[in-house]
Ligand binder design. Structure first.
Ligand code: NAG
Length: 336
């Protein structure tokens, strides 16, 4: 009798346990479904833009798990600078590569003058029908010459060389002026213009709606005032397909200075929908390379004087123009 009762009780317990287990499972499924729907809604809904802009945590989650610049530690600042999304471009190619020798006799040979350009089929400059802006020449013409060999018209700018406006070749056009956040004169008397003013000035040469295939700048700290201006004016989003910038820091800068500059890069790299966006802080630029400038290794104050680099070559393409053929030209031989 007892044993039969015992069996019955046990049976019931098992049934009870099973049904509880089922309820638990169903609850878990429901939670998972709701979670998944929320993710799908956020990623695919037409309100994605609004949602992401209002939920910074989600935005930074989607931006490859990056932290916002303002809360980065010194170590995270440098991780961010070194970080490179190489999968974004299958065919990054150096233009302007030379083996240079350092100044003193018997100096060590080192690569110099090169910039990466992404030659993936859907973002590459069209051979013989392309446009390059090159800021900061310092008498080192190899990048400009290689782009000209590729058949691009190259507009080269440098106010520090003391050279007059001239056509260096039929494809390379030099201007004695510099890039700045406003038109005018720099404290040392150089003529300066914004990217939009320069584009307008050159309208008669290259047309008034042509995209700049490669916009290169190596302008010794001016990048930090120029990039935000170019973002806010919409010039970067509307006119630039690829961007190559040497960025600079000071080894002794406080963390706040680094964070402010990384904020500029994060705005540029923000991948929230740019096409329907009114927010000019949003760049939509995809970083496909980060390379150190090996000559700029310094003891970094905020890293407790650990050595790291204060110069990086960053290259991006504009996600808006990926896969949107813009020009007619011979088919790029790699892709025939
Ligand atoms: C460079 O060549 C263009 C024609 O391609 C011409 O219009 C321009 O005046 C020349 N610039 C200089 C400074 O000689």
């Amino acid at each position: 009798m007892y044993t039969r009762m015992g069996h019955l009780l046990e049976d019931r317990r098992i049934k009870l346990f099973r049904s509880r287990n089922l309820a638990l499972r169903l609850t878990l499924y429901a939670v998972a479904c709701v979670g998944l729907s929320v993710i799908v809604f956020v990623v695919y809904s037409p309100f994605r833009q609004q949602i992401l802009l209002r939920v910074p945590m989600l935005q930074s989650l989607i931006m490859a798990g990056q932290k916002p610049a303002e809360s980065m530690s010194p170590e995270e600042v440098f991780q961010y600078l070194h970080w490179t999304n190489c999968a974004a471009c299958q065919l990054p190619v150096d233009f302007g590569f030379v083996m240079a020798r350092s100044g003193n006799p018997g100096g060590v040979a080192h690569p110099d003058g090169q910039k990466l350009v992404c030659l993936d089929q859907f973002i590459a400059p069209v051979f013989n029908n392309c446009l390059v802006y090159s800021f900061g020449i310092n008498n080192q013409w190899t990048f400009d010459e290689d782009m000209a060999q590729f058949g691009c018209h190259v507009y080269s700018f440098d106010p520090s060389m003391g050279a007059k406006d001239h056509n260096r070749t039929d494809k390379i056009h030099f201007f004695n002026l510099g890039l700045a956040k406003e038109d005018g004169q720099s404290p040392n008397g150089w003529k300066m213009k914004t990217a939009s003013s320069i584009y307008e000035m050159l309208g008669d040469y290259h047309g008034r709606s042509t995209l700049v295939d490669v916009f290169k700048m190596d302008i010794e700290f001016y990048e930090w005032e120029v990039l935000p201006q170019m973002l806010q004016s919409g010039f970067l989003a509307d006119k630039v397909k690829q961007l190559a910038v040497e960025i600079h820091f000071n080894a002794g800068d406080p963390l706040e200075n680094y964070q402010k500059r990384i904020r500029i890069l994060q705005d540029l790299e923000s991948i929230v929908d740019t096409i329907n966006s009114d927010d000019k802080h949003v760049g939509g630029f995809i970083r496909f390379s980060s390379r150190i400038n090996p000559g700029l290794k310094r003891a970094i104050t905020i890293l407790g004087n650990k050595p790291d680099f204060v110069g990086y070559e960053l290259t991006w393409y504009n996600s808006k123009f990926y896969n949107s053929p813009s020009k007619e030209g011979p088919v790029f031989p790699y892709y025939q």
